[in-house]
Design a protein around this ligand. Sequence first.
Ligand code: ATP
Length: 422
Amino acid sequence: MTVIGIDDTDSRQRGMCTTYLAARVADRLASDWPVKRRLLVRLNPAVEHKTRGNAALAIHTSAPPAAALEAVETDLDLVASADPRTNPGVVVTPDDPDAVPERVVEFSRGAVRSHHTIADAREQIGDYGYETREGGNGRGLIGALAAVGAWQAHDEWTDECISYREPARRGAPRDVDAESVFGAADRAYPDAWDTVDRVEGDLVCVPHTPGPILHGIRGDDRAVVEDVAESIESEPVERRSLFVTNQGTDAHLQAGSLGTVTDGRAYRVTGTVETAPETREGGHVFLEVAGDDSSERLQCAAFEPTKRFRDRVRNLRVGDRITACGEVADGTLKLEKFAVRDLAKTELVTPTCPSCGRSMESAGRDQGYRCRDCTTSRDGKTERRLDRDLEVGWYEVPPVARRHIAKPLVRGGFDAPTHPER
Ligand code: ATP
């Protein structure tokens, strides 16, 4: 078996994307050799050099390495000469995908949760004598090597059936019949997920950016995603490719503690809501979460594109215990989902005067409250029962705001009840 890892071949000028290049290479190989699997691996979404979704691709084939390289070279030359900003990388190994050295597998795991240098990749490639091709500064070798080790690095996989546009139509608006998409999405849910966003009325499976993809149908069942793709009425499809992927698996999240998270990685952290949710300019919602050791604090944010998810975040109250998930950037965790572990039942409020019913005023620092008109006073704030619009369990961003790698709640396997968006 031969594994071909490919990354960083998307050319803005030529409307190329790495999945399309991999589909072409796999189709070309498949006319002469068995192609067992096409892997679409999403790497660390926080990597600054990514163009869009930080995808890397691997093809598992019985073709000998020389034939594999030949199949990839034609397309690669096209990409490298067309766009000086791409830094393509290809790594080819005669290893079976299940027998890639553990160091390479570890490199793959690291590529999803942390950062590697081009030198790290080159060193391993040299040590194992892998065949490579590269363009530009060779940064694509990082993703290509990560794709080579990916099959062993992950144990959870989903499917995506991607349909590609005919070359002459690329760049023009996509012609996809929305009704047929909504119908197919309804029939296939929940085996196919994130096909549409029903509340926003959005076709999530149809990209808004230029490129060769017409639509991509994601799910847990290969036959179902292929079926949905086929039942969508649209402009002609140039080719269709089924990828096995780590999308929708939360592979990027690592367990963290509030005081130790660092920028450029994504975490699951548990703590207590310390400040009330605040909506700031642009509609972004912020709150602070504190650890058991109160010196540990982390700002969390639900940004405007997460739409109705912000209402869930606004419903949090000081004292709620939550697990927050998302990438940390500039010291702020960008919420993708959160779990309510415990809901605060009461809140502390300024006391009201038992005689006149008006709100009391502070009597000075540490001196409690008093009523200006009556002679009544209270030592401190009083507890008031809170009516809550949240329940214990997981809440998530809607499909329209989902990151490729983030796991939709409908896929199950969570440690508390779920409140899936669709
Ligand atoms: P598209 O979605 O269109 O395929 P992309 O978002 O995948 O584009 P690329 O053009 O592939 O973006 O650029 C990502 C670059 O970052 C690649 O060169 C890849 O090798 C590199 N890279 C990926 N993961 C890591 C990582 N964990 N550390 C350092 N570099 C990484």
